[in-house]
Design a protein around this ligand. Structure first.
Ligand code: SAH
Ligand code: SF4
Length: 466
């Protein structure tokens, strides 16, 4: 979600004539220094928080070198008052602060900053001559300390969805598409409902128009985004309500589009209708990310996930009955407050039973303001780490085994382009979201090609272009 927000920010700025500099700017003298830096933050776990404040501290030096430089901060962290208070108090070199609900205002806020600076400079220039030298020194210092020129606007939540924002895509052939914003689930550990607000679904016609335009522009694959896509409830212009599956069937008919993915679906809302859509919609990929979080019903209840271990396993069974080769990935939190060794063992057992293709595993991180952060039975760090290592080892083994079973198969791969790590190699994704590296000409980037799988490891496959 944040990644796509960054694409929208880039798109809006490009429209106003700003240019993105390559990442190497800070170290590579060949490039111009940036005039603006925008930090889009995530608040899902504590390490993201830490990294943000570390980066912000480093920017002080750049600001001292170039007082005209603009430091802009946004994203989920800005929706938390203790964070913005800390920035306002301790980081006077921050120039623009905006939140998740007013991304669309950012280009105007940036212009407001430049106007504020010009006004301040004019006021300083109009000051009487005596002590001018000293005043000049002070003025420079004050511009550097941006408090008086700062543009700072955060909204709690908003009803409206701003349509028609441009987005600068990382790839020409695939794109994220937001279908909804916010979350109503309040899982006990999670900060998202507080930072992203309540659930809001986009109008289905707006989504269809966007996807048709993307397809006409060469996009072959869309990933529909939402915190819980299967609780999508869009109302069309005729007042008719659409659920997530209605949207999938409509998108399946978009000419030129080849693949539809989505992220993320909550097990409690995974309907039989959606499971059936996997079998019936040829463009819907054979892949689902279905976060389980924990394998013990007792922990799931304390997490407020609203499903049991048995219900989750039943869903997996139904999915595999409908689409036998569907790839399934998951999110698992280790060390949730009160998790016993027996609870954790149930997580291991569930993972072994489902045999996930891949998993994102997280150490539980208490988020201020969420109910679980107040639970008294927090798990000691060393216990969390020890369980985490056991889980990762097992998940990696299963992923490697699942990938090995692909050797000898022929897969259709959407080519993403040159592999970032090995020269002369291309990489792409199969329908099941498996990463495949293979040799081939760069010109086939963005095309669907047939690749014979010749090797595998834990996180990717190797192949030969047919
Ligand atoms: N809406 C998605 C998840 C968004 S957050 C869903 O419900 O599946 C992505 C993942 O981060 C979550 O699935 C969860 O596994 C993890 N996560 C969220 N809050 C966390 C916390 N406080 N500590 C550790 N992991 C967390
Ligand atoms: Fe967070 Fe739960 Fe909402 Fe996902 S469904 S964003 S984990 S509260």
């Amino acid at each position: 979600m944040n990644e796509h927000d960054s694409e929208v920010i880039s798109g809006m700025l490009a429209q106003r004539g700003y240019m993105e500099l390559p990442e190497s700017t800070e170290t590579d003298g060949a490039h111009a220094d940036p005039d603006i830096i925008i930090i889009n933050t995530c608040s899902i776990r504590d390490n993201a928080d830490q990294r943000f404040f570390g980066t912000l501290g480093q920017l002080k030096k750049l600001k001292a070198k170039n007082p005209d430089f603009a430091v802009c901060v946004c994203g989920c962290m800005m929706q938390q008052e203790h964070i913005t208070d800390r920035i306002r108090r301790s980081y006077p070199w921050v120039d623009v602060i905006f939140g998740t609900h007013n991304i669309h205002e950012f280009p105007d806020m940036l212009e407001e900053l430049y106007e504020n600076r010009a006004k301040t400079e004019r006021a300083k220039a109009a000051q009487p001559a005596p002590g001018a030298h000293q005043d000049y020194a002070r003025a420079k210092h004050e511009i550097r300390s941006s408090r008086e020129t700062r543009v700072d606007r955060i909204y709690e939540d908003t009803e409206e969805i701003v349509e028609g924002l441009p987005a600068k895509r990382l790839y020409t052939h695939k794109s994220f598409v937001n279908i909804m914003f916010g979350c109503n689930n309040f899982c006990a550990y999670c900060i998202v409902p507080y930072t992203r607000g309540r659930e809001k679904s986009r109008c289905p016609e707006d989504i269809l128009t966007e996807v048709k335009a993307l397809s006409a522009d060469g996009v072959r694959e869309v990933t529909l985004l939402g915190q819980n896509v299967n609780s999508y409830r869009g109302v069309d212009r005729a007042g008719q309500q659409w659920d997530f599956t209605d949207l999938i069937y409509a998108l399946n008919g978009v000419e030129g589009l080849e693949r539809i993915r989505f992220m993320t679906s909550h097990p409690k809302d995974l309907s039989d209708k959606l499971i059936e859509a996997f079998a019936r919609c040829d463009k819907l990929c054979n892949y689902i990310h279905l976060p389980v979080q924990a394998g013990s019903s007792r922990v799931l209840e304390r997490m407020n996930r609203k499903y049991t271990r048995e219900q989750y396993l039943q869903l997996v069974k139904k999915l595999r009955e409908a689409v036998p080769d569907i790839a399934i990935s998951t999110d698992i939190i280790v060390g949730f407050p009160g998790e016993t060794e027996e609870d954790f063992r149930q997580t291991l057992e569930l993972a072994e039973e489902v045999r996930y293709d891949s998993a994102f595993t997280f150490l539980y991180s208490p988020r201020p303001g969420t109910p679980a952060a107040e639970y008294e039975d927090q798990i000691p760090e060393e216990v969390k780490h020890e369980r985490f290592n056991r889980l990762v080892e097992m998940m990696n083994r299963i992923s490697a085994e699942k990938n090995a079973a692909y050797v000898g198969r022929v897969c259709t791969v959407l080519v993403d382009g040159p592999d970032k790590k090995s020269r002369g190699m291309l990489s792409g994704r199969t329908d099941e979201f498996k990463l495949v590296d293979f040799e081939g000409p760069e010109e086939i980037t963005g095309k669907l090609v047939e690749v014979e799988i010749t090797g595998s490891n834990t996180f990717s496959l190797k192949g030969r272009l047919l």
